[in-house]
Design a protein around this ligand. Structure first.
Ligand code: PMP
Length: 372
């Protein structure tokens, strides 16, 4: 198998599965109970919070464990909402777990602005500068686009916020960046940052919301008051500890360089083929391609018969939602229909990339012949 859909999810580390079993079957205690074994476990969770903050490049703020990025994004946005004159700003490139929350705010009568993307997939910074104002409560933008691999210039966005709306909170969906790109959160001063474990070889169903100043956040789940009251419900200790294992076993800088080599090799192999075009974006983990005259879904299905797996837009979005991002970049309907996404992991070898490119080109021309 050649798995090229690592932006949808990654294979969990085997060592993480062993850790999961340990915390599910041996150290299975409820971290909120009062006996020593539970108190020890609560301390271990605090250790994971510190580790995540260090990885983000900060000592400040709090880590809230959630059921994944969808919940973290909902908590960040709905939890920051205030009644009254406030306005909310989102990019049109956001994942449905942000975009659909924005639509929900709109349906509740809040003023919501959507900022389009430039043709390279980044937020249009000039439009952003124009729409924010002294009534802006929250700006929510993603770090890396799950559709295209475009990396937003968060330092620039942080500067726009500082200059035009210092009262606004900055939320960043960092799902495709954390444990993948080297960065320091203090460089852009995000108030809220979303992480999902299954995108970096951790388990599914666990995520994090980093909050610089928790007193500005309101809970959206009511219950026993775990996670400082911001997210009630017994913590998913086995998954949190398996996520910790993944974080500890990822060398961000080394993987970045290696995966960059994979993406370069992929481009070198595929760009020679007639009818194939690709988007030049900054993240080495994601590459968006168009195959002129062929439907991306048809290509994806034909490739699965050869045990090669690629994505067509976000696995967790409808086809229509996937179009929203590409449309905002000015792509026409034919380019969108013929689009596939390949996404890499450091577990791939150069051989896999060469073989995949060969098969993709071959499959593309075979389909093209048939549809002619
Ligand atoms: N944001 C982005 C940018 C994503 O790529 C994803 C996963 N496709 C999510 C949020 C949702 O993550 P989760 O599966 O943890 O809910």
């Amino acid at each position: 198998m050649i798995y090229l859909d690592n932006a949808a999810t990654t294979k969990m580390f085997e060592g993480g599965a062993d850790i999961y079993k340990k915390y599910a079957c041996q150290s299975f205690f409820n971290p909120s109970a009062g006996y020593n074994k539970s108190i020890e476990l609560a301390k271990e969770l605090d250790g994971v919070r510190e580790l995540i903050k260090r990885r983000l490049g900060t000592t400040k703020g709090s880590i809230i464990f959630t059921s994944g990025a969808t919940e973290s994004n909902n908590l960040a946005i709905i939890g920051s909402k205030r009644n009254g004159k406030w306005e909310y700003v989102f990019s049109l490139g956001e994942h449905p777990s942000v975009y659909n929350v924005a639509r929900f705010l709109e349906s509740q009568g809040h003023i919501v602005h959507f900022v389009g993307l430039t043709k390279n997939g980044q937020v249009d910074y000039e439009v952003l500068r124009r729409v924010v104002n002294d009534k802006t409560r929250l700006i929510s933008v993603m770090h890396v686009s799950n559709e295209t691999g475009a990396v937003n210039d968060l330092v620039k966005i942080g500067e726009i916020r500082k200059e035009r709306c210092p009262q606004a909170l900055l939320h960043v969906d960092g799902v495709q960046a954390f444990c993948k790109l080297p960065f320091n959160i203090e460089d852009f001063n995000a108030d809220l940052y979303t992480i999902s474990a299954h995108k970096f070889h951790g388990p599914k169903g666990v995520g994090v919301l980093y909050v610089k100043n928790p007193s500005g956040l309101k809970n959206i789940v009511y219950g026993g008051g775990q996670e400082g009251g911001y997210r009630s419900g017994t913590e998913n200790v086995p998954c949190i500890m398996a996520m910790k294992y993944a974080i500890e076993n990822i060398d961000v800088e080394k993987n970045y360089q290696y995966v960059k080599g994979l993406k370069d090799c992929f481009i070198e192999n595929i760009e020679k083929a007639d009818g194939v075009s690709y988007l030049q974006t900054e993240s080495p983990y994601i590459l968006s391609l168009s195959f002129s005259g062929v439907n991306g879904e048809t290509l994806m299905r034909a490739l699965q018969d050869k045990d090669i797996y690629v994505g067509v837009g976000s696995a967790c979005s409808t086809k229509k939602a996937g179009n929203r991002v590409l449309e905002s970049m000015g792509m026409n309907i034919d380019e969108i229909k013929s689009h596939i996404r390949v996404s890499f992991s450091e577990e791939l070898k150069l051989d896999d990339i060469q073989k995949a490119c060969h098969e993709i080109i071959d499959t593309y021309y075979t389909i093209l012949e048939k549809v002619k």
